[in-house]
Design a protein around this ligand. Structure first.
Ligand code: ATP
Length: 610
């Protein structure tokens, strides 16, 4: 049974009008109940605002504003200028197209044709989800010479066929501005309710998604084969697995206590995380955000081909820039320069890298995610052929805080960022997609009261004054709250930016600027413009402090106050992180408690008689 696209457009409209997650969930459940199992993957991708997972490395739609306006003009038999003016007035091309279509229909109804009347009165168009998806996919796939014409023709055809409402959402999808505000967590919960009978089954779907980061595919397996099929799912080479993440602590005694007294401690390299997949002579490299970055590292591809003995494997490591003369580690910023170079072969020459491997989750048909770390490590050692630039991360087993501290100092001296302390007991599994206490990072102290940097998401921007007049000069930053799937404001940051950073700010923010507060944003402070959560920046400050304005951890420490950062300073962008990877509200709360404890200890120490 084909699925009418109008069902999806109606749901988009409903979702757009609500911000409460429970209500969104109900709408999704309603939608999934009406979705035939064989199109559920496409419906999920539409909800995610994409045609396929980013890691597939398939082309994007490649339709700019100009082309969209042109297509709309053709579809509606009006001038481009007309569409453009109306879009400016309404602030949205989608709305302009919807309006113009409705006007045309009204005119049609007033006219003589009965057919026009019947067509005009219809809320839907006969377009199916399959047809819209397939046409959009063809638009994306049209590449090279003559592709602009093909894209234009296909898009104009689609917009002509669509109902006014459908056309609005097609236009917004094409522009990448669907802004429904539904997160993956809500989609998974709705899938659990509809296909597994209860929201309580969400963890099974979550685990499957963590092992194979393609929610459309997971939904399809669930809808066509049932929840049992998901329970037995394994990682698959070529499909990224969502990475295991670490908690943070800055006290070796506490770290060892958390890990059960004994731990593997490794250098924490300051580079780019790489998940390297091998199947025969094919290699894929996925970033921490699960982008396919294989093309950026032909040298690592070669290392992996020569350095993995297994036929099929998924290994993890950190790619670090090194000094070719000394082999010494170079800072993260040097590696990022390589990302910006256009000619990859020149970049490879100028910025050589090494890979330090620290885990494996899959080898020749065996899923290792539920095996303890020592066993995974053993497998890693067995399948690796080490070389100067392709080897295991430096590491030792420690069972005393003194040893840990000593190794930490050595790591810093050698140019690492600190250490990663990892549990080695029987339950030390690979927690895909989760931040937990099985891995604890211990990084260098910044010598301020605020011991560590945080990664916050831009949710708004303020225009600058004086020299910075007319341009953005400060950003409103938020932490992520996974419980409610919202971004809660933490601070306004206006210092630490170089002139170059500020120059680029307007261009960087432009695609994400919104007139109204985005659905998942929770902030009492009102910026000059709102920004859709997308960009993550590393921030340091003098200390964490209580604030009556900011909504992060509101009421957790004290009624009527949230947690904020005093004198926040921008350090750098974190393009390798997605908004959901930002520091969480809970982490900030724990950092605040630790800060209180430190102050308390200092006070006690100074109160001791000499
Ligand atoms: P940070 O912001 O501190 O760089 P993160 O938030 O990107 O960390 P975390 O999970 O908190 O990610 O810290 C672990 C990261 O450290 C990994 O994603 C990986 O890129 C890097 N790393 C470096 N060395 C190691 C190692 N030996 N084991 C695990 N991860 C390591």
């Amino acid at each position: 049974m084909p699925m009418p696209f109008s069902l999806l457009a109606d749901t988009f409209e409903k979702l757009e009008r609500v911000t409460a997650r429970t209500q969104m969930l109900l709408y999704l459940v309603e939608l999934f109940k009406k979705t035939p199992p064989d199109v559920i993957d496409k419906v999920v991708y539409f909800l995610q605002g994409k045609l396929w997972p980013d890691w597939k490395g398939l082309p994007e739609l490649g339709v700019g504003e100009k082309l969209l306006i042109k297509a709309a003009a053709i579809a509606l038999h009006v001038s481009e200028h007309q569409v453009e003016m109306l879009a400016k007035k309404l602030g949205d091309i989608g709305k302009a197209i919807e309006y113009l279509k409705r006007e045309k229909e009204k005119a049609g109804r007033g006219g003589p044709g009965l057919l026009a009347f019947i067509k005009g009165a219809q809320a839907s168009s006969g377009l199916t989800v399959e047809k819209v998806y397939e046409t959009l996919a063809r638009i994306a796939m049209a590449q090279g010479e003559g592709s602009r014409e093909i894209k234009l023709k296909l898009l104009a055809g689609l917009l002509a066929e669509a109902s006014p409402k459908e056309a609005k959402y097609i236009a917004r999808f094409v522009e990448g501005r669907l802004r429904l505000g539904v997160g993956d967590a809500t989609i998974m919960e709705a899938l659990a309710v509809v296909y597994a009978g209860s929201a309580a089954k969400r963890p099974i779907i979550e685990r499957a998604y963590n092992l194979r980061a393609d929610l459309g595919m997971i939904a399809k397996i669930l809808a066509t084969q049932g929840i049992k099929a998901l329970e037995n799912i394994k990682p698959e080479v070529g499909i990224p697995i969502r990475p295991m993440l670490a908690e943070r602590l800055n006290d070796p005694v506490e770290i060892l206590k958390k890990l059960g007294g004994r731990a593997l401690v490794e250098y924490k390299y300051d580079g780019e995380r790489a998940q390297i997949h091998k199947k025969g002579d094919k290699i894929w490299i996925f970033s921490r955000r699960l982008e396919n970055i294989t093309h950026m590292y032909p040298d690592v591809v070669k290392m992996a081909l020569e350095g993995i003995k297994a036929r099929e494997a998924i290994v993890e490591g950190e790619i670090v820039a090194i000094d070719p003369d000394t082999g010494e580690l170079r800072p993260f910023q040097v590696l990022m320069r390589r990302r910006r170079k256009h000619d990859i072969h020149i970049a490879m020459e100028e910025i050589p890298v090494a890979v330090f491997l620290f885990d494996t989750v899959y080898v020749d048909g065996s899923d290792l995610t539920l095996k303890p770390l020592p066993e995974r490590h053993r497998r890693l050692e067995e399948i690796i052929v080490p070389s100067e630039t392709w080897r295991l991360a430096e590491g030792i087993i420690v069972d005393s805080p003194e040893e840990l501290e000593k190794f930490f100092l050595k790591a810093i001296e050698d140019g690492a960022e600190g250490v990663m302390a990892k549990a080695i007991h029987e339950r030390s599994i690979y927690q895909a997609g989760a931040r937990g206490w099985l891995w604890i990072k211990y990084k260098r102290d910044y010598k301020s009261e605020m011991v560590d940097t945080v990664d916050l998401v831009v949710i708004g921007a303020f225009y600058g004054k004086g020299r910075r007049g007319g341009k953005f000069g400060a950003l409103l930053m938020a932490a992520y709250d996974p419980e409610t799937d919202t971004f809660k404001s933490v601070c306004k940051v206006g210092s630490g930016f170089t002139d170059e950073d500020l120059e680029k700010l307007n261009d960087m923010l432009r695609p994400y600027i919104r007139q109204n507060k985005p659905a998942r944003v929770d902030s009492q402070m009102k910026p000059d413009v709102w920004v859709e959560p997308a960009l993550v920046a590393e921030i340091i400050g003098a200390e964490l402090t209580l604030s009556p304005i900011h909504t992060c951890c509101y009421g957790w420490v004290k009624p009527g106050a949230g947690i904020s950062i005093r004198f926040p300073r921008f350090i750098r962008w974190r393009p390798d992180k997605s908004p959901e990877d930002a520091t969480t509200t809970k982490e900030l709360y724990e950092m605040y408690l630790r800060q209180l404890r430190r102050i308390e200890e200092k006070r006690e120490a100074s109160a001791q008689p000499a």
